[in-house]
Design a protein around this ligand. Sequence first.
Ligand code: FUB
Length: 300
Amino acid sequence: MPGSSEFPSRVVGHFADPNLTIFGDRYFLYPTTDGQAGWVATSFSAFSSADLVDWHDHGVVLRLGEDVKWASTEAWAPTIAVRGTKYFLYFTAESNIGVAVGDSPLGPFTDLGRPLIADGDYSGRAIDPSVFIDDDGSAFLYWGNTEAHMVPLGDDMVSFDSTQVITWTPTDFREAVWVHKRGGIYYLSWSVDDTRDENYRVLYATGPSARGPWEDRGVLLEKVEHRGILATGHHSITNVPGTDEWVISYHRFAIPGGDGFHREIAFDRLHHTADGLIDKVIPLKLPLRIPIQNHQDNNR
Ligand code: FUB
């Protein structure tokens, strides 16, 4: 586990692009496995926790080249969604977006057998999928690099009507679009700059629907140089069900000695304000503990 005692890391090893979600009474985390130049991971692993601090490593849940025949490397940025009894693991592989379906959060997952979105189908690179499911059950897939795309997913979660794809460019957009909703307001957030640059950061906007239009609201998360916390980005935002607790998960250069290929995952609390905005996240030194069941934290 990288990280000094002053800056404890929260998940063992070098990982990035965290997708944090909750199934039942546990957090589940799906990250990119990091630690090699060129981001050449070939599989996806999953972790679970009851409190965001103590994590269980469930090991590899999807292997490129084996479970996924159409790609063998660049296993990046997984995200998971559930509909009914099925779990849908969306992922990037060689700049295509795939999806694999399972009966549990840990699989086994069966790949669609082809990319859901192939490299070149739309502008920019086909990377960094995320799924937002609205209160009425409508599911939306977001993805993109240099340009963002959104499309409503079919009821089967593995198809869409290509005439419904919307493409736009959030301010300074690089990648990692994420949408969440609170109190009728939709929030779009995304990463800016290069994950290898210490200025990698997250901006956000608000809007009246999952399709926007989006009004820029500025920086949500950025480096804190005097704490040595750099390159904070590619996040996900998670609500603890039944509460107004929100967690932002993101990666940063591992501490100490990290860089754009040696990143680690961190969690911080996200505060929505009464006027519908979000306080800028100030990354802190202490690990964030939010037990799902009793919602008590550790003095942060
Ligand atoms: O982890 C590989 C790539 O780096 C991701 O797809 C990007 O979002 C960036 O974090």
